[in-house]
Design a binder for this molecule. Structure first.
Ligand SMILES: *Cc1c(COP(=O)(O)O)cnc(C)c1O
Length: 474
């Protein structure tokens, strides 16, 4: 027995800071953070000793203490510096998942973003005149080429685009919209609320299932500011229905000298039918029939960064640009750089599937998903062992973000079921789902009908997925 107080064995803060491991940590995160972590950790040890904690005392007196203690401190400091924004595996079966950040961007866009981020750029500077320029100009020509629209402007997201259009063109006036289009998009974007925020008076026409041209015509009065159509992208009314076409609405609006605006939501620039997807109205088609302004998202079917685009008539776009709200809603240079790159990809549609991650995911061949599924199935069965049954099953993924709401894309999923008695099954599945979300790169699936489904359509880094499964604690 040594009569030396264990407190005497405590290393000094300075000694800890001089170790190789904490020196290199200091070089990465700075002296102050490491020093205060040392002080806190030493205090924990002192508290343990004061309480007569045998485990702490044995650890302190063991040969490996300094190394282990430094590793413990490193872990603490690293977790303090870790971002809470982390990459995840999106195996939800929803390709454009709003809560998981929608589109993944192409490498070329990421390069463009890095250049814009690390340099001074002429985001709003006219190089020819040497004076203040126009932020939208960088996109206008490409959008004209691709959509046929006269002019364009870009804001933070499509909700902002709709708000800007309504406020610029119809504040204090009535906006005619079909009752069947008073939609809620999710995340608290509801047409009536946006209308109110924009200072417009909502004038609904027609009925939920049927609206006719005469409904609009009868509602037009001197207070009418514009006619609006909203693409009801996230639900469908079937059966005895009638909606009025854009051609007719544009003609009616122009007869009365008011603008006709179409909020497309997903806004695709490409006919998706040749890719085996159902037809969604394209921005080009909608403009071609006389729509004055079209609004759509940058990160839905376009496959770009979060943004809201407005394309259409020059005189109306000028009104949006003159609105102080535009200044509040404008995009930054990094978003702009990504958007320029993505829109340019549309000039070569044949290569979009290989260049745009969204299209690669949407058009991913079933045989490829199936083969991937067979490989990960074996690993998952080994990992879960007797805790659960895993099978490779047919499923359907959806595009998501309100685009083409039906489950359309034939896919394959790992289906995990647990043998627990009925009352406990749900708790067990929830526990497994939590364990998967707790992995270094969280895996997000979906629970449906007493099973956990991991849709493999969007699983790209197979090796990383498999590697981390050994860390699964279930
Ligand atoms: C998604 C959507 C919006 C909102 O777009 P964000 O880019 O998410 O702001 C607005 N209108 C329609 C019809 C939509 O589908």
């Amino acid at each position: 027995m040594t009569d030396l107080s264990p407190f005497k064995s405590l290393p000094s803060v300075d000694r800890l800071l001089q170790t190789d491991s904490l020196s290199s940590l200091r070089a990465r995160v700075g002296h102050a953070a490491v020093k205060s972590a040392c002080q806190r950790s030493l205090q924990e040890i002192r508290d343990g000793l004061a309480q007569g904690d045998d485990f702490v005392q044995t650890w302190l007196l063991s040969a490996g203490f300094i190394d282990e203690f430094c590793a413990h401190i490193t872990k603490h400091v690293e977790s303090e510096f870790a971002s809470s924004l982390v990459p995840v595996f999106n195996l939800t079966g929803t390709v454009l998942h709003t809560n998981l950040g929608r589109s993944r961007l192409p490498d070329s866009a990421v390069t463009a973003m890095a250049i814009a981020a690390t340099n001074a750029v002429n985001v709003e500077y006219d190089l020819e005149l040497g004076e203040r320029g126009d932020r939208d100009i960088h996109l206008t020509r490409s959008l004209q080429d691709v959509t046929g629209g006269e002019a364009a402007t870009v804001v933070n997201n499509n909700a902002a685009a709709v708000l800007l259009v309504l406020n610029s063109l119809a504040a204090g006036k009535e906006v005619l919209i079909s009752r069947g289009e008073l939609v809620e998009i999710g995340g608290s974007f509801r047409i009536p609320d946006v209308m109110a925020s924009a200072g417009c008076v909502l004038r609904e026409v027609g009925t939920t299932n049927r609206t006719h041209l005469t409904d609009y015509a009868n509602a037009i009065c001197p207070a009418t500011g514009l006619i609006m159509k909203v693409h009801t992208s996230n639900y469908e009314i079937r059966g005895f229905t009638n909606t009025v076409s854009e051609v007719e609405l544009a003609a009616l609006a122009h007869e009365h000298n008011i603008p006709f605006v179409f909020d497309l939501g997903s806004g695709t620039l490409l006919d998706l039918q040749p890719f085996g997807l159902p037809h969604e109205p394209t921005v080009q088609e909608v403009l071609a029939v006389g729509t004055d302004l079209v609004t759509f998202s940058g990160d839905k079917l376009l496959g770009g960064p979060q943004a809201g685009l407005v394309v259409g008539k020059h005189s109306l776009v000028q009104k949006l640009k003159a609105n102080p709200l535009k200044r509040a809603l404008r995009v930054d240079k990094i978003t702009l750089a990504a958007l320029i790159d993505v829109i340019n990809l549309y000039k070569d549609p044949a290569r979009l599937t290989e260049r745009l991650p969204l299209f690669a995911d949407l058009m991913r061949p079933l045989a490829e998903i199936e083969a991937l599924g067979e490989r990960v199935l074996t690993v998952m069965q080994l990992v879960l062992g007797k805790h659960a049954t895993v099978a490779l099953v047919a499923t359907r993924s959806q595009i998501g973000s309100g685009a083409l709401p039906l489950d359309l894309l034939e896919s394959r999923a790992l289906e995990i079921t647990v043998a627990a008695p009925k009352g406990q099954r749900d708790a067990d599945l929830q526990r497994l789902a939590f364990a998967l979300r707790s992995l270094p790169k969280p895996v997000i699936g979906r629970i449906n009908n007493n099973r956990l489904l991991l849709d493999l359509r969007c699983l790209r880094d197979e090796a990383a997925f498999i590697d981390q499964l050994s860390a699964l604690r279930f």
